[in-house]
Design a protein around this ligand. Structure first.
Ligand code: WTA
Length: 654
């Protein structure tokens, strides 16, 4: 890392915006001056970008810090802002969504069609007993109905809790319980790599625990085929939604009304329900979508490849693009189905102009070879975005050259589930970009890099990324646990939000993100916590103790590596590798069952001891050295310093 750091800080390549791009850009350097009066700036954005039912007179109230209500006396509705107002303004025939199914069939959703379907679904939800403030879990694949479900909830003021379709029944169960959701909206199944996979079965399994408040399960038929059915609880979408009226008045809610809860991994085992509210969240997502992606709603075709199960799919698929009246692509499948050029084929087919994706996908495409993208017409592209993890300069340069033909500005956007919207990014048309650096806080955002004492580091120095001012899309807390909210984000450096990321300032003051400084891993841009996977492992009867680390991985950024001590009576199993008895395979399957396939360890190493400090804390740093095949660092603080050599010898013998 330290060599890389040296290199990072000596990056000399710089790509100033082309005069043509700058001339037409939405953003200008003047935004930074306008934002000097932060509250006036955000007030102007909130008024310009959104339609309010009741105008707000209050802006920010940080008197009860770290709680930060914005625009609190205003009222509005998110679905009205995303849909109805465009239809009312004569844009009903504009395409909202080009849906590309995995099998290559497509569907066009105009704003009018989407508005009507959301209105019908909102009526159906009301008919099924969902009211203002009730929580609704959404567990669906990447199809337009997932967006319909989210917006239908927003339309009636029922906060949604979207659970990624790749999470297991157990993960769904704990999220339903934590949010006390009344309803789950799901599909019978999903298409994945040319086959169908069940989805509703996991909902049944989650509810079979018998302790959830779920009253109804609304099921959209996607794949067909048999599903188990509970007449008293389950409702087919096609039985209830199509017969509803399209007459529906969106419910105006206060700006601080909860819009959604989204669970994300933290440093302890239990995922946190990050709470976002309506007015501030919509303001900042719409503002960043317009300025960071240089959106021209009349002409652009925007494509964000994120799933709605993650924050990127909330802010930059379900909400901001629609609030801004954009035309976007939604793709159901994987990048390599049925062939590895699929994404580029989609860019060509729809004439995508703005592409927003993750470094892990770019690195996978680099591996597959540039002949694939070269085989398609990518000339429609005019801007490229990156999110989810640090983008290494090599991947950045490849993205620029092979996908962007040296013509498209790249915006490397840093933000989190908690921040709700983009915080650090170049401004296209304004910033001269540097490969691998997210560069500057956006206008209106207060950010710094501080040392252990909370003091800002000078240019050239490194430390912790903090946010120094409240921002409109800021999380409003952790659902049901506001103490944990204070503790996690606001206690490390008083008065500042601790993001959990390491960062450096280079000589120009540009920011380089260096990855997490806590026990959160970043696997293919997905957040997973080491402790969550450790808890999953120790819940298996074979396992006495487990330690998990994120090892460096060329494609996925990090990969899960687990060190496991088996219980005495099972230790001999470790040597018996055979059908159905392969301990490692069983443990991997167990993690998939407890959390989901994305959490499956790449490697599980069975060991006899784990390195611990005298106070009993596992020294993951040393295990990370082993997993990364590095020389093991300082072992002097270990209770038993021979442990590491035992582990290494054990592994060498395998
Ligand atoms: C990481 C995803 C470097 C970071 C929107 C952060 C990044 C975590 C970047 C949040 C980036 C996200 N450069 N690191 N451009 N974007 N991260 O909550 O570690 O899934 O804390 O939100 O991803 O992940 P989350």
């Amino acid at each position: 890392m330290s060599d890389d750091l040296e290199n990072l800080l000596h990056e000399e390549r710089s790509f100033p915006p082309s005069p043509e791009f700058a001339a037409q850009a939405n953003a200008s350097a003047g935004l930074f001056e306008e934002a000097v009066d932060r509250e006036a700036f955000w007030t102007a954005q909130a008024r310009d970008l959104l339609t309010w039912d009741t105008a707000f007179t209050q802006v920010l109230d940080f008197s009860d810090a770290p709680f930060a209500p914005w625009f609190a006396d205003g009222t509005l509705n998110a679905a009205y802002n995303a849909l109805d107002r465009h239809v009312d303004n004569g844009l009903g025939e504009r395409v909202a969504i080009h849906f590309e199914a995995e099998d290559g069939t497509g569907e066009t959703w105009t704003y009018a069609r989407l508005r009507d379907e959301v209105a019908r679904t909102a009526n159906a939800l009301t008919g099924l007993g969902v009211g203002l403030g009730d929580r609704v879990a959404v567990y669906m694949p990447m199809i337009p109905q997932a967006v319909v479900a989210m917006l239908a909830c927003a339309r009636i003021g029922a906060p949604h809790s979207v659970v990624f379709g790749g999470f297991s029944a157990e993960a769904l169960h704990s999220r339903i319980l934590d949010a006390s959701a009344r309803m789950v909206i799901t599909t019978d199944g999903q298409f994945r790599r040319g086959t169908t996979m069940p989805l509703k079965g996991a909902v049944d399994e989650a509810i079979a625990h018998g302790d959830t408040p779920i009253e109804h399960v609304l099921v959209y038929r996607r794949t067909g085929g048999e599903v188990a059915w509970d007449e008293s609880r389950d409702v087919w979408w096609h039985d209830v939604v199509p017969r509803q009226s399209t007459e529906h008045t969106p419910v105006p809610v206060p700006a601080e009304h909860p819009l959604f809860i989204l669970y994300t991994s933290g440093t302890t085992g239990k995922p946190k329900g990050i709470l976002h509210t309506t007015g501030g969240y919509l303001t900042q997502t719409a503002y960043t979508h317009r300025n960071v992606f240089d959106l021209k709603p009349e002409t652009d075709v925007y494509w964000c490849t994120a799933d709605v199960g993650w924050i990127t799919g909330h802010s930059y698929v379900a909400y901001a693009p629609l609030v801004n009246g954009a035309t976007q692509v939604i793709y159901e499948g994987t990048p390599d189905t049925p062939h590895r050029g699929r994404w580029w084929e989609i860019v060509q087919k729809y004439g995508v102009t703005i592409l927003y994706t993750a470094p892990t996908a770019i690195r996978a495409c680099m591996k597959w070879g540039e002949e694939l993208p070269n085989g398609f017409d990518l000339s429609s592209l005019r801007l490229l975005g990156s999110v989810g993890e640090p983008i290494n300069p090599e991947a950045w340069m490849w993205y620029r050259r092979v996908i962007g033909h040296d013509r498209c500005p790249i915006v490397d956007t840093w933000w989190q589930t908690e921040t709700g919207a983009i915080m650090i990014s170049p401004l296209p048309g304004v910033t001269a970009t540097k490969p691998g650096s997210a560069q500057r806080a956006l206008p209106g955002i207060g950010m710094d890099v501080v040392n252990d004492l909370g003091e800002p580091v000078p240019n050239g120095g490194g430390g912790y990324l903090v946010l120094t001012e409240p921002w409109p899309a800021m999380l409003r807390g952790i659902w049901g646990d506001q103490e944990r909210y204070r503790e996690t984000y606001w206690s490390r450096f008083p008065g500042m939000y601790f993001a959990g990321d390491g960062a450096k300032k280079d000589d120009d003051g540009d920011i380089w993100l260096l990855g997490r400084v806590d026990d959160v891993m970043n696997i293919s841009g997905h957040r997973l916590s080491t402790t969550e996977i450790e808890s999953a492992l120790v819940s298996h009867p074979y396992v006495a103790e487990a330690a998990v680390v994120g090892a460096a991985d060329d494609t996925t950024g990090q990969a899960v590596v687990a060190f496991v001590i088996l219980r005495g009576e099972f230790t001999e199993l470790a040597d018996e590798v055979g059908e159905g008895r392969d301990v490692v395979a069983q443990l991997r399957a167990h993690v998939a069952h407890e959390i989901g396939p994305i959490a499956k360890p790449r490697d599980i190493l069975i060991v006899n001891e784990l390195p611990k400090t005298r106070s009993g804390k596992i020294m993951r740093r040393l295990l990370k050295d082993v997993a990364d095949h590095r020389t093991v660092g300082d072992v002097t603080t270990l209770a038993d310093s021979s442990v590491m050599s035992l582990i290494q010898r054990g592994l060498a013998g395998k």
